[in-house]
Design a protein around this ligand. Sequence first.
Ligand code: C5P
Length: 224
Amino acid sequence: FGPKPLAGKRAIVTGGPTHEPIDPVRYIGNRSSGKLGNAIATALADLGAEVHLVTGPTNQPDPVGVRVTHIETTREMLAAVEGALPADILICNAAVADWRPATEAGQKLKKQAGGMPPALALQENPDILATLSRHAQRPALVVGFAAETENVIEHATSKLSRKGCDWILANDVSPERGVFGGDSTTIHLITQDGHEDWPTLPKGDVGRRLASRITDHFAQRSQS
Ligand code: C5P
């Protein structure tokens, strides 16, 4: 139904949190609901793109009309994204864990009576957005997110060059705004040319606005 301006384009979307195992029953994770990643995947598919969503564990139903790969860890997410290449569009929306436990205990860690709590040594995870931005098969349009609690535009602009992506969607996730798990968010779209401030929108509308912005981007490129 409706026009399909992204027909023939392949898109990969990452969404949700990652879970980094401590032992067979415990993990390090975060509060990402996966709602926005699903909304973006749906909106791109609605405009005709062939969409592959790579998502961490969420309570959301799989979006319809989208290929979905479920992963748990950051390293699995990176492998799934690389496995989904080639693509024209990559949207890294996942709330990836920056660190994982350096070792995963093979058995459940036991509390020792009167003993010290175990120390948790951490190791840095691969950065999927930065890796794909510099990849031999880099998608033509690479979009990242920045969850900031202060100096939103400034921090997101420096993230754009640090990560090597084309756009950053920055949102203010100060706890009082209730973005994590909430239904709406206020986006600032940062590109090489400056920034656009979007109104506060339900996550479904953010997905549709991003998909339409991406449509305009490819339409302009094909004209020039
Ligand atoms: O550096 P920071 O985590 O704030 O960057 C956020 C952006 O980078 C998001 O687009 C997120 O999906 C992506 N990211 C990633 N792999 C990581 C960390 C972040 O793809 N290990």
